[in-house]
Design a protein around this ligand. Structure first.
Ligand code: KG4
Ligand code: ZN
Length: 394
């Protein structure tokens, strides 16, 4: 079955086309046929975060070119001369609120044959609603014109399923799903989320704990701002922290580990950011060395808390597999610390982390999650597909 996945929940415009078979995690296999992704990070950098209306506009401008790239890579693009006059009115109606997208799509579709795909999966939340809506309306327009069913995908479930599937190299069959033992614990760490989710079985989710204020990625981004580093802050902090470690720079910063000993599985990162602000004020003006020192201590504090809570959840729920997903899982130090902690844990626990380039948002995760919902026939009628900015997993 061929699924076209669309992701526009934040500042990545992405499309991925996969071919997958199997109906259970055990017999599942997939390959990537084609994909394209455009990050808007540089455009949002001057705002120090994602600016929703700019994100929406950029998605609207870029979705059609990204689709064409993905179709061409998949060898599913075929030029045509299609008479769409009967469908133009419906297309205009679906895209009334996306005039730029309508202009591009109404030029693209009449010169493109319907590709050989079976369904369209699209992120419907959580995320920035204006950005989500562009992707949803785009999916509805394609589904209408090509006569394909729609599958709504929860972005966070996408992160989980991608981490569970592993990398499906182009033209290569491959999946690690068959190795998964349950219960499965997912540590979801991104710009909007910090959650520990327990799965007693495949695609069943129980929220164990979450951040009470800022997400860990948000804390990375805010601390980067305090240190005068550009958005997105995660990779910047990570770079400075690594330099502090390799040069064995003496440490003279001490930050709290919020909620590390609390009895629950919740997190809190707002206080950590405030503590950084205080240190920054005390130590201003900041030399490069001071910035490195602060970055290292901040990264250590975040890693300590994430590792401690993950271990606590493993122990409390007799977890057999741990999976990490979301943009912050691209962080080398956090990946290493989790891997060491799980290796040193008394019982054998499998750790699944996607390769760093698949940790941040992409459409492969949406196509994969869409596939697993499609085998359960979880299609949705276009009128019932709406953006849900605060969509939950459970
Ligand atoms: O999953 P994602 O791409 O988008 C959301 O759904 O939020 O995550 C983006 C977040 C940003 O906060 C970014 O700073 C963080 O992931 N991030 C990192 C790293 N790469 C991205 N945080 C720490 N270290 C990194 N290497
Ligand atoms: Zn994400």
């Amino acid at each position: 079955m061929r699924i076209l996945g669309i992701e526009t929940s934040c500042d990545e415009t992405a499309i991925s086309i996969i071919d997958a078979t199997g109906t259970t995690p055990v017999d599942f296999e997939y390959k990537i046929l084609g994909q394209a992704l455009l990050s808007q990070a540089e455009l949002h950098a001057p705002y120090g975060g994602v600016f929703p209306n700019l994100a929406k506009r950029e998605h609207a401008i870029n979705l059609v070119p990204i689709l064409e790239l993905a179709l061409r890579e998949a060898e599913l693009y075929e030029e045509g001369d299609i008479d769409m006059s009967a469908q133009m009115e419906a297309l205009a109606q679906i895209l009334t609120r996306e005039p730029e997208l309508y202009a591009k799509l109404s030029a693209f579709l009449p010169r493109t044959q319907k590709p050989d795909i079976d369904a369209i999966a699209v992120t419907f939340g959580p995320g920035l609603e204006p950005a989500l809506w562009v992707g949803i309306n785009f999916a509805k327009a394609l589904a209408h014109v090509w006569g394909l069913p729609l599958i709504p995908v929860n972005h966070m479930e996408g992160h989980i399923i991608l981490s569970a599937c592993g990398e499906g190299k182009s033209n290569n069959q491959g999946s690690k799903l068959k190795d998964i033992q349950f219960p499965l614990l997912s540590l979801l760490i991104s710009g909007g989320h910090t959650e520990l989710v327990l799965s007693p079985s495949w695609m069943q989710y129980e929220l164990l704990g979450q951040t009470r204020d800022d997400a860990v990625g948000e804390a990375f981004d805010k601390v980067a701002r305090l240190l005068d580093l550009p958005y997105p802050g995660g990779p910047q902090i990570s770079r400075l922290a690594a330099e502090a470690r390799t040069s064995a720079l003496a440490s003279s910063t001490s930050l709290p580990r919020p909620m590390i000993d609390s009895k629950d599985f919740d997190f809190s990162f707002a206080g950590l950011k405030t503590a950084v602000r205080r240190v920054v004020e005390e130590r201003a003006p900041l030399s490069e060395e001071i910035k490195k020192d602060i970055a290292r201590e901040f990264e250590d504090a975040a890693a300590d808390v994430l590792v401690a809570k993950t271990l606590k959840a493993i122990e409390a729920h007799d977890v057999k597999t741990v999976l990490v997903g979301g943009g912050v899982s691209a962080n080398t130090h956090i990946r290493t610390r989790l891997a060491e902690a799980i290796r040193d844990y008394g019982y054998s626990v499998q750790l699944l982390i996607p390769p760093p380039e698949l940790a941040t948002d992409n459409a492969l995760m949406i196509a994969l999650a869409g596939y697993f919902h499609s085998v359960q026939n979880a299609y949705v009628l276009p009128d019932n597909l709406i953006a849900k900015g605060n969509l939950k997993l459970t």
